[in-house]
Ligand binder design. Sequence first.
Ligand code: F6R
Length: 621
Amino acid sequence: MCGIVGYVGASAPSSRPRDVVLAGLSRLEYRGYDSAGIAVATPGHDAVALAKKAGKLVNLEKQLAERPLPESTIGIGHTRWATHGAPTDANAHPHLAAGGRVAVIHNGIIENHAVLRDELLAEGIEILSDTDTEVAGHLIAREVLNGADLATAMRSVAKRLEGAFTLLAIDALEPDIVVGARRNSPLVAGLGDGEAFLASDVVAFIDYTRDAIELGQDEVVRISKEGVEVFDAAGNPIEREPFRVEWDAERAQKGGFDSFMDKEIHDQPTAVADTLKGRMDDQGRLVLDGGIIDPYVLSSIDKIIIIACGTAAYAGMVARYAIEHWTRIPVEVELAHEFRYRDPIVGIRTLVVAVSQSGETMDTLMAVRYAQRQGAPTIAIVNAQGSTIAREADAVLYTRAGPEIAVASTKAFVAQITAAFLLGIYLAQLRGNKYPDEIDALLDQLEEMPAKLQRVIDESEPVRQVAKDLVDERTVLFLGRHVGFPIALEGALKLKELAYIHAEGFAAGELKHGPIALIEPGQPVFIVLPSPRGRAELHSKVLSNIQEVKARGAKTLVIAEEGDEVAAQNADHVFYVPAAPTLMTPLLQVIPLQIFALELAQAKGYDVDQPRNLAKSVTVE
Ligand code: F6R
């Protein structure tokens, strides 16, 4: 939600700050694309130079081609997902203060902005935008005009702000530093050779360095050519251990695909394989990526609550079936934003598992903190290294899907399911629910999944064709039972967010309790059909559901296991996936639905990487 980038490096003015900032913004556009802006400072100038424009980054780039910025030594840039104020040029960041001497950019929501705005207006300060950000800019400028250096000004203003923020500021009279502060919103520093970076996500500077420092809560950072200095809220210097990003710049490219989403769909076999790699040690213990939960604690838990939002919550729903089956521990899956407001029963014997691609989703983060306050041990299943949820949970299991840039989640989903399965297998082993040979068999079955995912992708032409044929449909329904139910929900979510058409996922058994009234002749209905070899009774129940909608004229699109001839007899179209153990089939069945949504949205001419109104990382509640 809003992408921010800052750069310091050039000794003499050059175009590098502008180029690095714009390249970073193009990498961060997944975080929001309501407007984009850049400010640079050049020694000898008493005001920064600014360019900003409503709409996607391309609009700003056009403006810069007509009216280039001067060469500079530092720069900051912002890509916006609007919260306070409409997505206009005036509300685009950066915002200026002190007559253009100070420029600020911001991600988050400053909750006490109205009080601060009144204070500034009473002092006669003119506020030009509707944003909460500009208020912070004027407060910083006031400190600077009173003689404070920029880092001190940032620190004292950050103390006055309530809510969530990452703020970056530059001062035209200090054209060799960029200063930042964060609370409940991400900020990482990149360590280059004679240059340094600040950004919402390492992907913004991965072309220049893989060495990064994650900033902690309420810390202030000052970057210069000499490096990165971090201070606590009292201004004391803090030592922060840098981490090395596991992936390189190539993984953040489209790699010959038309869209990041298509590329990320193709990345899925690797995402699953990498998530599985080296996970169990000689004694069958799960190898975590950070933190620790005492095996004694894990042996004594009597409930698991998986908290997540959106697609990550559907991954949690899939995992629930497996973890309960393997461990016999009751598992609840709850939307993070509902969890902490309903007075949930959580205690020291409840294991709370937070699932999040970004590791920054505010709802999930707040739910983790709530669970910790109740004394619950917490594990994060997270994709983004060093992210807030990964750092704050007691232990972390990374999903190793690599950077997911398309706003709609695909490869993170299959990696989340895989990681949650590993956790379930480990708990089953630890608590003696499964014999060692059963554990080995489960791990072997998981190891076979990447090749099967690859086959689904390689054989996806039929679903791509059907998507193009259905481009004018106004609504599509999705049905699934057992582990197919969350897949139906995920298929509907993908279609809504990419193709902007009404889509609804239902538990197939629920059909006759109401949703069947929606079926009219020609209504497309996707059905996720269980394997006839796995649980035959589920297979025949879903077949009956197919008959029920078919009898009312629905167009049936069935995802079935290879060799299931009966499926073909009941379907207008059938998309086959390789046979797999029942609990692992969601890893395969979701792929045709992802591809269907991608193709249909593309056939409509929509931008599949940046669907309207959305942002990848939802850092507001
Ligand atoms: C849908 C999608 C969202 C996210 C949700 C949680 O395609 O991407 O529903 O799954 O916003 O985000 P993370 O996983 O970053 O916590």
